[in-house]
Design a protein around this ligand. Structure first.
Ligand code: SF4
Ligand code: SF4
Length: 404
């Protein structure tokens, strides 16, 4: 097959054409090493410890598969999909790559090729179908996105009919998972205490499409992103805030070109809260607790040029004693839920999260804090499975308590 026809065949990979052959198969990403520590820490690749462990489960193997497809030496297959999806696309491998290859963008392009060729995993097909049919991937009536609003003792503006510059984009995981609705409730309470004028879409909120983009279903992603753009445009909002790392990364990066013309800025709630607290010199009460902090991949490695490493930590230090885990920031171990792993390989997601909980336990802290409901849910499942005394906490919950 000629180069031209391979380009036509692999249209998603061809968008990354310039970088495909830059991988020299050195294998540094095989174990995604943390070279920033002395001595270097080995094994930040969470797929390494919890899969059968053959080369394609790691970064280098996936890059070799991509190269072989591109050179016409290999064909897409169902067996390939089974392996490629056993990776939360955490992108720790990219941190290890001397050549600055953004590995996760290659894995996502490969997944898009697999989906187009008919090799999507059944669990992902169900999830992405629900996302387009019901506007959330959890196969729930979207009206249930109003449930958390009824638990508040104050009213929030409805973005469909009332004007506010700031839209709080709640996200499907937070709005539709009963034990995590507290993330939305605490976000709303903190915003109110800080005097932010904001709105929400409630039952009209459409999934951002993160799950589709991460699992390679570009058609499903385009369907919901079109709907969201329409909603954003009609509401006249200027800033979108979200307390979900997955929504944050998706709206900030995957919607970047789409939002440019609308002049809409996307920030994580923590960025806004951090800014207000510092500008107004608002004091946070010391809660007298020991905490450790888990960096979500989508507010760190996968969030572009401005990762949110310091803001959550500075806020935590104002109200608690922060004890760091062995792997943090750009080298933090992933919770294991992302990239469609929680849906298609729940046992793998749980095993990865268990090792993160064990890492947190080694700090001696009793509270494991994060800023992502998806990490929250997976790590909390692991805490329960391990019968651990660790408590999973969203940072907004602590800020709400410290503002009293
Ligand atoms: S992606 Fe980078 S670190 Fe990994 S094998 Fe290729 S060149 Fe080496
Ligand atoms: S994205 Fe994460 S889990 Fe997947 S190969 Fe890279 S380091 Fe390993």
């Amino acid at each position: 097959m000629t180069e031209i026809s391979l380009k036509e065949k692999y249209k998603h990979l061809s968008e990354l054409e310039q970088m495909i052959l830059q991988c020299i198969s050195c294998g540094d990403c095989r174990e995604a090493t943390d070279f920033s520590s002395d001595p270097p820490k080995w094994g930040v690749c969470v797929a390494r410890d919890h899969t059968p462990g053959f080369e394609p489960f790691f970064g280098r193997g996936k890059m070799q598969i991509i190269r072989s497809l591109w050179q016409g030496k290999l064909e897409l297959s169902k067996d390939m999909a089974e392996v490629i999806y056993q990776c939360p696309t955490c992108n720790a491998c990219s941190e290890a790559c001397f050549y600055d290859i953004d590995n996760a963008s290659f894995y996502e392009a490969l997944r898009a090729e697999l989906v187009d060729a008919g090799y999507a995993l059944d669990g992902h097909k169900e999830m992405n179908q629900a996302m387009t049919d019901l506007l959330n991937p959890y196969q729930r009536d979207n009206k249930q996105k109003n449930d958390w609003l009824e638990k508040l003792d104050f009213k929030i503006k409805d973005a469909s009919s009332e004007k506010a510059d700031v839209l709080y984009f709640v996200g499907c995981t937070t709005a539709l998972t009963p034990q995590i609705q507290t993330v939305a409730i605490n976000t709303a309470k903190v915003l109110k205490k800080l005097g932010v004028d904001f709105s929400v879409f409630g039952e009209n909120e459409v999934c951002c499409g993160s799950v589709a983009m991460r699992t390679g279903d570009r058609k499903a992603f385009n369907y919901v992103s079109d709907k969201n753009l329409d909603l954003f445009q009609k509401s006249g909002i200027k800033t979108i805030i979200t307390s979900c790392a997955g929504c944050y990364r998706t709206l900030k990066l995957d919607y970047a070109d789409l939002l440019k013309d609308l002049d809409i800025n996307v920030v994580h709630t923590i960025e806004l809260v951090y800014k207000i607290i510092n500008e107004k010199n608002i004091q946070l009460n010391n809660l007298g607790i020991n905490v450790t902090y888990h960096d979500p991949c989508h507010t760190g490695r996968n969030s572009g040029d401005t990762p949110l490493y310091e803001e959550p930590r500075e806020l935590l230090r104002k109200m608690a004693n922060l004890v760091e885990m062995a792997t943090i920031k750009e080298n933090a171990k992933c919770c294991g839920a992302g990239g469609g792993v929680k849906k298609a390989f729940p046992e793998l997601a749980l095993e990865i999260a268990k090792s993160r909980v064990q890492e947190a336990e080694e700090t001696g802290a009793q509270n494991l804090v994060s800023i992502c409901p998806f990490c929250f849910r997976n790590i909390d499942d692991a805490i329960k499975a391990l019968n651990s005394n660790m408590k999973m906490v969203d940072l907004l919950e602590l800020i709400d308590q410290a503002l009293n």
